[in-house]
Design a protein around this ligand. Structure first.
Ligand code: F6R
Length: 259
């Protein structure tokens, strides 16, 4: 794992956005795996700005989001479709037919999961997968105990995840209990992965992911098995790492030129 620790969350988000931009500049038809959640808007803001400056076009890029709530139509304001439209797709030149998310309102969510998994494979897989991490170690909505070989499927969300996502729903409206998510096996097939975690609330789980045992108890620890993972952190999210000094030696303040 390449572990980059930046002084601020802003610098960390900029580093992640730069990797996405470079990937698309090098291959305008790149297939991007995208994520939602509170950590991602600063990344998408950088992508929008790079697009506005004329540095990158997403017109031929293809995207696959990690997950969507079961029962929410794409037009629902709390759906991940709506999130992506507001934060990225609606502000750049992504072609609507090239942006993919699971359909949360599909009549048969299991059949929809199989369709989504097959679609990713048919399009040649994901070149760069963007990830966040849940405080319980989930990636996508692969909650603790998820098979490390799992494929896209319906998952029941934990109470902790429901609690964390409640603020995104209107007062009185409960977050759905189920989601369609890429599996851990699906995620691990991406050619490269970049995971962003910021803030003190992620410090403990980041240490488990990087330095803990490989275990379904912390689904993100499965990334230890992937040969091309970059973990991008701010100081607060890196605070519980035992080998922090070593990571700083290899990449001082997140710099990659020294290695
Ligand atoms: C979102 C997703 C989740 C989030 C994770 C962190 O598409 O797959 O795994 O990345 O829950 O969420 P935030 O960024 O809100 O802490």
């Amino acid at each position: 794992m390449k572990i980059l620790i930046f002084n601020t969350p802003e610098e960390a988000a900029a580093r992640v956005a730069a990797q996405i931009t470079t990937t698309v500049q090098q291959n305008p038809e790149a297939r991007l795996g995208l994520a939602t959640g509170g950590t991602m808007p600063p990344v998408y803001c950088h992508l929008v700005q790079a697009h506005e400056r004329g540095e990158v076009s997403f017109a031929r890029a293809v995207s696959f989001n990690l997950d969507e709530y079961v029962g929410l139509a794409p037009t629902h304001p709390c759906s991940y479709h709506s999130f992506m439209q507001a934060e990225l797709f609606g502000q750049t030149d992504f072609a609507p037919q090239n942006t993919h998310l699971p359909h949360g309102d599909a009549p048969d969510p299991t059949a929809e999961s199989l369709r989504y998994e097959a679609l990713i494979a048919d399009q040649g897989g994901v070149d760069l997968q963007l990830l966040g991490i849940g405080p319980n170690g989930h990636i996508g909505f692969n909650e603790p105990s998820s098979s490390l070989a799992s494929r896209t499927r319906v998952k029941t969300l934990t109470q902790a995840t429901l609690q964390a996502n409640r603020p995104y729903f209107d007062h009185g409206e409960k977050p759905p209990q189920y989601a369609i998510t890429m599996g851990i096996g699906t995620i691990l097939e991406a050619r490269a992965v970049v995971l962003l975690a910021t803030g003190a609330g992620k410090a403990q789980v980041v240490a488990e992911m990087i330095e803990g045992p490989l275990s379904a108890a912390c689904p993100a620890s499965s990334l230890q098995m992937h040969p091309q993972v970059t973990v991008v952190l701010d100081q607060a999210a890196a605070a519980a790492l035992k080998h922090r000094a070593y990571y700083h030696t290899v990449h001082p303040e997140g710099r990659e030129d020294a290695a």
